[in-house]
Write a protein that binds this ligand. Structure first.
Ligand SMILES: [Zn+2]
Length: 263
């Protein structure tokens, strides 16, 4: 300080400005490093998101809350933050005891980071679990990349369902199938499994009916379970776009007009 006082006033001011600027740059650097360290190998959000926002970061958020649509509905993953996304974010926040802002904010992102693995799958489900046919996702009715993208949404729906049912395990017995694999399994020729959109769920901590009923609230537009032909030993859930529900023994029955039944 004594050395600074010795410097002529204008030069001292200049030095002070430089020191303050340097200090704020350092502070900014520290803050940036901390916030990016909160993310992981998957994806890091760099801004808050609210209704009206558009972009890939909105799309990434929509995938994380894909399991939180309105009952019987499905959330569009379109990169447009509209009312349905706001409502889904609020349901997600409520499910995890966060403040229901309806926005992508620090607390919400922190929960996403906690729930996602480095490959962007939710922590309780894996790509391997969703593909019992091969490891490269080839041979289905869509490209490997599309099949994997569909399976990722299925997994985020399952993660939401798992949490809603008290955080007990949910077992996937069949997911994506190549055409050959689907034929071997005796699946329908245009099965949703060929697109990576399906998960067959086995009984475990939850009954097949509990799974079929709960699936209605998490974006699964296709649900087939006990009482439906060939589905007494598993509950099939898929993310097709038009509703087709049939698990008569569970009281689950609803078909949109023109809905294609085959699971
Ligand atoms: Zn199935």
């Amino acid at each position: 300080m004594s050395r600074l006082r010795a410097i002529a006033r204008p030069r001292f001011r200049l030095l002070l400005v430089a020191v303050v600027a340097l200090a704020s740059m350092l502070t900014a650097g520290v803050v940036w490093a901390e916030s990016s360290a909160q993310g992981d190998g998957c994806y890091t959000w760099n801004r808050d998101l609210a209704s009206g926002a558009t972009g890939d970061d909105v799309k990434q958020l929509q995938i994380r809350v894909f399991g939180y649509p309105e009952y019987g509905k499905q959330l569009a993953v379109d990169g447009q933050f509209g009312p349905a996304t706001t409502a889904a974010v609020k349901r997600f926040q409520q499910a995890y005891g966060l403040s229901q802002t309806g926005k992508g904010d620090a607390a919400t992102y922190a929960k996403f980071y906690e729930l996602q693995d480095d490959d962007c799958t939710p922590i309780h489900f894996t790509y391997a679990e969703l593909n019992d046919c091969n490891s490269d996702w080839s041979g289905g009715k869509v490209s490997a990349a599309e099949a994997k993208a569909n399976a990722l949404r299925v997994m985020w729906s399952l993660e939401a369902m798992r949490h809603a049912l008290g955080d007990k395990p949910i077992t996937v017995t069949s997911g994506f199938r190549s055409v050959q694999c689907n034929n071997n399994a005796g699946g329908a020729s245009d099965s949703q499994h060929l697109y990576g959109r399906s998960a067959d769920l086995g009984a475990g901590p939850h009954s097949l009916c509990t799974l079929a009923k709960e699936a209605r609230s998490h974006g699964f537009m296709g649900i087939f379970g006990p009482g439906y032909d060939g589905h007494d030993d598993h509950t099939h859930a898929d993310i097709r776009s038009t509703q087709a529900w049939s698990a008569p023994d569970c009281g689950v029955r609803k078909m949109a007009p023109g809905a294609v039944k085959h699971p």
